[in-house]
Design a protein around this ligand. Structure first.
Ligand SMILES: C[S@@+](CC[C@H](N)C(=O)[O-])C[C@H]1O[C@@H](n2cnc3c(N)ncnc32)[C@H](O)[C@@H]1O
Length: 468
């Protein structure tokens, strides 16, 4: 579904329509995250979040805009829609934008830039961009006799526009520096994952659901349903042709989740750091000083007064390190029926890599994120992989190839990973971010889930393997 049907004005004093941008492939996780965040903050949504391409639409009160900026892990920007209308020509675009009351959106002394995309073959993005910029400048000139300055590198106000099937929609960005930049990556190594993508992939494993359950006083067992709901006939047919029913009998339908987490090829540690932040329920941008909504005139004063209240509400749900260790021991005893000495609960997350410089980078980043006490670091080759606990989650993002050389060598490497997992990680679920179908095929195990996601420009597969 592209966007919610609406007859309401795009925004008023109480509420607005937001488009939350994300990485293609993470939209459904973002919908779930928005629903959870709104519930945690006691915010009533005016419409169900709906999935669009690389984003989600939702309508809600202005406080939702604040909460989403402070709290979402799977989002990049929170855009607020300010105009929508049909246009046929580039002149229509200019006229529509020029007649808007731009001084009501931002003040003359703010710098701005336009970022436009178009699927219309007759109105290409660069000319759309230019006409919208002209329309904004002329609207200011008409109303104030002065023009605001355009700033391409670090504008205070970002106007985002999209022309699709004759419909022009214009939004303002309330975020500024994208939410994916968490600020903890102080050291880098080979091809680190975007923090946003890592957070979304970790969510898909069921980890965040487990973290929510851990926070309850009487946690119950958390399962990951192995059988994915097939929504369309085509998906059902593909699943049946792939023999999934046959596999279902051999692999348990529900996989027990346990707070034991390993990234055996951790690089800069992004997976483990995002998993640790989820354990602490610490929101990535809660302590950030500035957001672009400060440069806009659009948020009503009543919402701006709620900033500290929203921050406090979110902060009150964080756990301390001590809480996390206690909750884990409680879950292991009560839900998993294990005998656990609370004083001996070890760091639940494990980062390994064969390269010491990667381990050093991961440690430095975990320290910057304030989560290093939840992660144990170890130099080790994945082929020497072993696990101590009966169940848990392994995630990994193996190299895509350039550095490992020949494609055949890389396929053999993926095969060895598959063999090692099968032999040494029985009872666990493993997730591999494979750079291509060929790599996925080389693992040699039957994937129980496959999700297409984009890592930079590369179309990847996030594959789940249940190891039994
Ligand atoms: C694409 S990077 C992982 C990036 C990481 N997800 C991040 O966000 O920074 C792949 C990592 O695998 C490690 N690696 C390659 N071969 C390995 C092996 N045989 N055993 C363990 N680690 C290995 C590399 O040192 C590198 O850090």
């Amino acid at each position: 579904m592209e966007r919610p049907q609406r007859r309401l004005p795009l925004f008023d004093e109480q509420s607005a329509t937001f488009f939350i941008t994300t990485i293609h492939g993470l939209e459904e996780e973002l919908v779930a995250e928005i629903n959870e965040l709104a519930a945690d903050c006691g915010i009533q949504l005016s419409s169900e979040p709906t999935v669009a391409s690389a984003g989600v639409y939702v309508r809600g009160p202005w406080t939702l805009c604040l909460a989403m900026n402070f709290g979402l892990r799977c989002a990049s920007r929170i855009l607020c829609e300010i105009y929508q209308g049909e246009v046929r020509t580039i002149e229509d675009v200019y006229a529509s934008v020029e007649k808007m009351n731009w001084p009501a959106f931002f003040k003359l002394d703010k710098t701005f830039m336009v970022n436009a995309t178009s699927t219309d073959p007759n109105i290409k993005a660069p000319s759309l961009n230019l006409k919208i910029k002209d329309g904004i400048v002329d609207s200011f000139k008409r109303q104030t006799r002065e023009r605001p300055s355009v700033e391409k590198d670090a504008p205070q106000v970002r106007v985002m526009a999209r022309l699709h099937r004759g419909l022009l929609s214009v939004s303002v960005d309330t975020t500024g520096i994208p939410l994916s930049a968490r600020g903890y990556r102080t050291a880098t190594h080979d091809a680190p994952l975007s923090e946003l993508l890592a957070a979304g992939l970790v969510r898909m494993t069921g980890w965040n659901r487990l973290c929510r359950e851990l926070r309850r006083d009487n946690p119950e067992k958390v399962y990951f349903s192995r059988v994915e709901e097939k929504s369309s006939q085509r998906e059902k047919k593909i699943a049946s042709e792939a023999g999934e029913e046959k596999v279902n009998r051999r692999i348990p339908g529900a996989i027990l989740l346990s707070p034991d987490f390993i990234d055996p090829m951790c690089g800069t540690g992004t997976f483990a750091i995002e998993a640790a932040l989820a354990l602490l329920n610490r929101r990535p941008q809660l302590e950030r000083k500035h957001f672009a909504y400060e440069w806009l005139e659009i948020l009503p004063a009543s919402a701006m007064k709620q900033i500290e209240y929203i921050r406090r509400t979110i902060r009150a749900q964080e756990l301390s390190l001590l809480d996390v260790f206690q909750k884990i021991s409680l879950y292991k005893q009560h839900a998993l029926g294990r005998v656990v000495d609370p004083d001996s609960v070890k760091a639940p997350l494990l980062c390994r890599d064969k390269d010491l410089t990667a381990i050093a980078a991961a440690k430095k980043n975990a320290e910057a994120a304030g989560v290093s006490k939840l992660i144990h670091f170890e130099k080790r080759d994945i082929m020497q992989m072993h696990v101590d606990d009966p169940e848990g989650i392994v995630v990994m993002n193996p190299p895509y190839g350039v550095r490992l050389g020949e494609e055949e060598e890389l396929k053999a490497f993926y095969k060895d990973i598959g063999d090692t997992l099968k032999k040494n990680c029985r009872g666990w679920q493993a997730w591999i971010l494979a750079g291509s179908e060929a790599h996925a095929g080389s693992v040699g195990l039957r994937a129980t889930r496959r999700k297409k996601v984009f890592n930079g420009g590369i179309e990847c597969l996030w594959l789940q393997y249940v190891l039994f």
